[in-house]
Design a binder for this molecule. Structure first.
Ligand SMILES: [Zn+2]
Length: 283
């Protein structure tokens, strides 16, 4: 094939500038790119031919002395068919997610944004087309995926779950890799588990204890309101029915909210006088 043939393929002439040739090539490469013409053998063939033509023209222009050498080393095996490709499995992707202690007890649904890579259609025999406008010659195309998954109940800190087929894409019919998610469980010193029951420590202020207050309490079923009545003492417990764990026999425990009153320090004269007044009026 002569030089003119390659120029004709790209729809340019010998007098065209490098920029014009690049532009013409990119337009045609995008039109015929295998990833935009899935299953279209003719488009793929055309893509390989114009890629080869572009490479050859640019080689001749940039390295006139060594053009023959470049041609031999860099010209792609354009005529190879799909059937000669070896199937290759996609790599696994590793991620870490942090969940709350309550979520680890009850199990939960989560989602993660995962960048998965697939092999660009320009890759032939493991070699990407160095001038491919879709992957910029890297041979890999990044795709952003939102992956939803369930974390089973009673998962321990440091355990991993494997989501099959959600890793990087396989090549030439090879299996997709897996997504492996390591679970980090955030410790929560306010929660104690006893059998099926949960004990949740809730701190309140001295005025809240006297006047009563409503607190938002995290439970296995989400955030719920617990009403703490006026005149509540430290260590008093309030039961949130059926908010505990469910055992294998189907018995569900309760969640107890255990009150701890925070006693402030009176340091200024004003604070001390105020408290003395409260003492006189309330006791
Ligand atoms: Zn490519």
């Amino acid at each position: 094939m002569n030089e003119q043939y390659h120029y004709n393929l790209l729809g340019v002439i010998k007098q065209s500038s490098n920029e014009e040739i690049k532009k013409a090539y990119h337009a045609k490469a995008k039109k015929y790119h295998p990833d935009l013409n899935i299953g279209n053998v003719e488009a793929k063939q055309k893509f390989m031919e114009i890629s080869e033509a572009y490479r050859i023209i640019m080689n001749i222009r940039s390295k006139k002395k060594d053009w023959l050498k470049n041609l031999i080393i860099k010209a792609p095996a354009a005529k190879k068919s799909e059937a000669t490709k070896e199937p290759k499995s996609g790599e696994d992707i590793y991620k870490v997610i942090t969940i709350s202690f309550l979520e680890s007890l009850s199990g939960c649904k989560k989602k993660l944004n995962v960048e998965r890579y697939k092999t660009c259609g320009c890759v032939e025999n493991g070699i990407p087309s160095s001038c491919c406008p879709i992957c910029n010659g890297t041979g890999k195309i990044k795709t952003n995926n939102t992956i939803m998954f369930n974390i089973p109940k009673n998962i321990q800190d440091g355990q991993s779950i494997r989501i099959s087929g959600k890793g990087n894409k396989g090549e030439a019919g090879g299996a997709d890799g897996d997504l492996i998610i390591r679970i980090q469980v955030k410790a929560d010193e306010n929660i104690i588990v006893k059998g099926n029951d949960l004990y949740y420590k809730q701190e309140i202020t001295f005025p809240e204890a006297v006047l009563g207050v409503r607190k938002q309490i995290p439970t296995l079923k989400g955030i719920e309101t617990c009403t703490i009545p006026p005149g509540t003492s430290s260590r008093q417990k309030f039961c949130m029915q059926n908010r505990g764990l469910t055992d294998d026999n189907g018995n569900t425990g309760h969640q107890y909210v255990v009150i701890k009153i925070i006693i402030p320090k009176a340091e200024t004269k004003e604070q001390i006088n105020l408290l003395k007044k409260v003492q006189q009026k309330l006791y």
